[in-house]
Design a protein around this ligand. Structure first.
Ligand code: ARG
Length: 486
């Protein structure tokens, strides 16, 4: 390409083409208005490539110096908003390369030696995503810490545990929150795993078959930090695969979808819990909105939107899977369509995590270091709800079993007691002893111990159970895992 051919008015890639493409086709095929977001990774990749070309004697030391100088200036122009992005130059890669040639002449034209946009774009997306994953991992840990901090205050707060959304057994609110910490801990593991496979180098694969130049791919991988935990360079080892598959992005979106699904489940609970019928929690006003017609309303817009945006992220995962499924080897332009869903997934997930960290944990006042405005918990409402709905019915059955009654018989006996209490509109613990004894003679005055909410919790002392001692144990484990003191 000569410098004037790289002018925006002409076609970007060669003299082979005899007619200009229409404005519509240009817009349809261009990606610069979304892939310019990859500019930092693009420059980073070009620098690593050029440094290696010079080290291998493929370009001169002077060319390398010129390329460095030019790319630095371009980075500065992009950062300061003076860089002129041109639609006619199709994508971020050609825009930067054209400007480089404008700035440093022939050295700029030598940058693309032994490289194709196919291995270039695959490298850029991987570099960009790797760094985004690091940011998301930090947020995911902050969200776990926020949940943990609330949980620590509520080991002894009791709410009804549900199955089928019917009152089942009492559980500790801390235990309930720690269930989400477990989910997000697995999400963290998944993201770390995806990061390993994302952090591998396609550069050196060129268009699809490798290249005739004596490239040192391992050197480039090291420069770009594409190394494993022992510092060994991580390379894509089949050139056809390297330029064409986007499975790392698909995996990432699957992991992102799961995180959103977990956030969506939490959202659904927050929405239920803050409704008048539950009244278990409050979320700070800044995460809610009012109604334009009903003055009494405070709507949980943030959790509702998070639940809604989960559909959007899962949709992006589907889009990428469909994008891939019919493609023959190697690179096809279809792959340009990977970017907008991927970018939107990262943006949506990042914003959602940030907002949830604040909504659950509160915001820290930079001056005082005090946190305020996190999740408000109404322990009394939770306990009152646990006392309704016969949450300790299983405990009565277990009590009878311990007195020698076979479990199935005990189950029947308790069902009869529940029916009777229900008819009288009271809880099992509110039935007088003589009446309870009518259901089974083995029932003694110690039964009321078993029928209390706290007795019920204490009794579930198996590893991973809701007894306070077990919950403390898990809290401690998570504190250590998340690097919190104590
Ligand atoms: N903008 C393109 C993309 O995002 C870059 C790779 C173009 N390669 C090609 N052979 N046309 O995929």
């Amino acid at each position: 390409m000569s410098p004037n051919q790289l002018d925006a008015k002409s076609q970007a890639w060669s003299a082979l083409f005899s007619e200009p493409i229409s404005e519509l086709v240009q817009r349809y095929t261009a990606s610069v208005f979304f892939d310019r977001r990859l500019w930092k990774a693009d420059i980073q990749g070009s620098l690593a490539h050029a440094e290696m070309l010079a080290a291998q004697g493929i370009i001169s030391a002077q060319d390398w110096a010129d390329i460095q100088r030019g790319l630095q200036q371009i980075a500065h122009e992009i950062e300061s908003g003076t860089f002129e992005w041109k639609l006619a130059l199709e994508d971020v890669h050609l825009n930067i390369e054209a400007r480089l040639t404008q700035l440093v002449g022939d050295a700029g034209k030598r940058l693309h030696t032994g490289r194709s946009r196919n291995d270039q774009v695959a490298t850029d997306v991987r570099l960009w995503l790797r760094d985004e994953i690091d940011g998301l991992l930090a947020l995911l840990r902050d969200l776990q810490r926020a949940l943990l901090e609330v949980a620590e205050q509520h080991v002894d707060s009791i709410l009804p545990g549900f199955t089928h959304l019917q009152v089942a057994q009492p559980v500790s609110f801390a235990h309930h929150l720690l269930a989400y910490v477990e989910m997000f801990a697995r999400d963290e593991e998944r993201l770390r795993d995806v990061r390993r496979r994302t952090n591998r180098l396609p550069l050196g694969s060129a268009a699809l078959a490798g290249t005739t130049y004596p490239l040192d791919r391992e050197r480039v991988a090291r420069t770009l930090g594409m190394v494993d935990e022992h510092g060994a360079p991580q390379l894509c080892l089949n050139s056809l695969d390297a330029v064409s598959d986007r499975d790392f992005a698909i995996e990432f979106m699957a992991a992102a979808s799961l995180i959103m699904v977990h956030i969506s489940r939490l959202s659904e609970e927050l929405i239920l819990w803050m409704s008048q019928n539950f009244g278990f929690i409050r979320i700070a006003d800044r995460f809610t909105t009012g109604s334009s017609i009903m003055p009494q309303k405070k709507n949980p817009d943030v959790p509702e939107l998070a639940r809604g945006k989960t559909g959007r992220v899962v949709g992006h995962l589907m889009a990428l899977l469909m994008l891939m499924k019919g493609q023959p080897l190697a690179y096809n332009k279809d792959n340009q369509e990977d970017k907008e869903p991927l970018f939107d997934t990262v943006d949506t997930l990042r914003d959602t995590l940030r907002i949830f960290i604040d909504m659950i944990g509160g915001e820290r006042d930079p001056a005082t270091g005090e946190k305020s405005g996190g999740l408000g918990v109404n322990r009394e409402a939770m306990e009152a709800a646990a006392r309704r709905g016969f949450a300790t019915a299983t405990d009565l059955a277990d009590y009878l079993v311990k007195k020698g009654v076979p479990f199935r018989d005990a189950h029947e006996t308790v069902a009869a007691a529940v029916r009777s209490a229900s008819a009288r509109g009271c809880d099992l613990a509110e039935l007088p002893l003589v009446e309870l004894q009518q259901f089974h003679p083995a029932i003694g005055p110690d039964v009321f111990e078993a029928l209390t909410l706290r007795g019920s919790l204490q009794a579930r002392n198996t590893l991973g159970g809701t007894a306070p001692a077990q919950v403390q144990r898990q809290l401690q484990r998570h504190r250590q895992r998340l690097g919190l003191a104590g």
